[in-house]
Design a protein around this ligand. Structure first.
Ligand SMILES: *Cc1c(COP(=O)(O)O)cnc(C)c1O
Length: 342
């Protein structure tokens, strides 16, 4: 793979903004270089543009070197960055599975990049041949999401590897739900696939959706390109501090995941008892996709009880389906009681 051929020429030759924090690195006693207010410490100072202290901790937890990590304002930021790095507006295209996470298409549309959807099979598996058929000389990125949203299933690793080997452009594997899956992350495969970008997030298992922190893992060369185009201080100091707190509590996260996996199992068993539940799709995530037939009717009845699930009735291959997030034992019981009464 030749990265220069994949990156837009204007991005490849871009001279990035150089901040005060880029030009002087290290410790000093008097900082008069960034036009900051000397009062109101510590929030008067610009944060580290490359968030090295946070990345050092992520390196320990994830086993990926800090130079292979980009942090963003949620995963949404790296999703947008890859369009801007690799895809020429009005000219080039990306290929993605359908159904999947809605932000890929929104970012494609914002950037005026053609978005080619390739249906999953009826049981939500990858159709690798159809994906490859949708690729042409102008295809820069393939988006995969595993475990997939809203279907919940993770794809077999061999199938994703077929895509990584068969496509000369960038392959994104969005692993937002990987902590709930036993199918295995691609983080340990970064060295084998120079075209791979893995996305993870603090928003799901890490219980930190409010701080807006997403992670992209890729080769040093890809990370350098994305670093050039991100806003200089894209992850604020409050977020960095809170991320360090949650990273120091990795055991707590494991406990949460275990509770949620037990609850998921229980939820599936209980939902299966309901007469109007036609199908519960296998899930590797912290949610279940449930085919109930009259999704709109059941959705509305739950709303009347103050219980909000996601109605996926109008999504490709998800007709009649609700997507239900696994909550606390109490929340799940409230949901099940309400559904039993319908
Ligand atoms: C929830 C989710 C994310 C997380 O997005 P953030 O911007 O990090 O909150 C990413 N990808 C998928 C598929 C998701 O469902």
């Amino acid at each position: 793979m030749n990265l220069q051929e994949l990156v837009r020429p204007n991005i490849w030759s871009l001279k990035p903004y150089s901040s005060a924090r880029d030009e002087f690195k290290g410790e000093a006693s008097v900082y008069l270089d960034a036009n900051e207010n000397p009062y109101n410490a510590p929030y008067n100072r610009y944060p580290d543009p490359l968030q090295w202290v946070v990345k050092e901790q992520i390196e320990k937890v994830k086993g990926v070197s800090r130079e292979n990590i980009l942090l963003g304002n949620g995963s949404d930021e790296p999703i947008d960055l890859v369009f801007r790095a690799f895809c020429e507006p009005g000219v080039e295209n990306v290929v993605a599975i359908d159904p999947t996470y809605g932000m890929y298409q929104v970012c494609a549309d914002i950037n005026n990049i053609e978005y080619r959807k390739v249906r999953l099979t009826e049981d939500f598996q990858l159709d690798v041949d159809a994906l490859m058929k949708a690729v042409d000389a102008k295809t820069k990125i393939i988006f995969l999401c595993s475990p997939n949203n809203p279907t919940g299933n993770a794809f077999p690793k061999e199938e994703i590897i077929r895509v990584l080997n068969g496509f000369g452009g960038i392959v994104i594997v969005d692993e937002a739900y990987i902590d709930f899956s036993d199918k295995g992350t691609f983080l340990s495969d970064l060295d084998n696939f120079p075209n791979l970008i893995v996305l993870q997030t603090f928003s799901k298992a890490w219980g930190s959706a409010a701080i807006r922190l997403g992670m992209a893992f890729a080769s040093k060369e890809i990370i350098s390109v994305l670093n050039k185009i991100k806003y200089p201080y894209n992850v604020n100091q409050l977020t960095q501090e809170q991320a360090l707190k949650v990273l120091a509590n990795a055991d707590q996260v494991k406990d949460w995941v275990n509770v949620l996996l037990n609850e998921r199992q229980n939820l599936v068993e209980q939902l299966n008892q309901l007469p109007y539940v036609q199908k519960i799709y296998p899930t590797d995530a912290n949610f279940v996709l449930v085919k109930v037939g009259d999704a709109n009717g059941i959705y509305n009845k739950l709303v009347e009880q103050g219980i909000i699930v996601r109605n996926r009735h109008s999504v490709t291959l998800c007709e009649g389906c609700l997507r239900i997030t696994v909550g606390t034992p109490e929340e799940n019981k409230t949901l099940l009681d309400a559904m039993k009464a319908i």
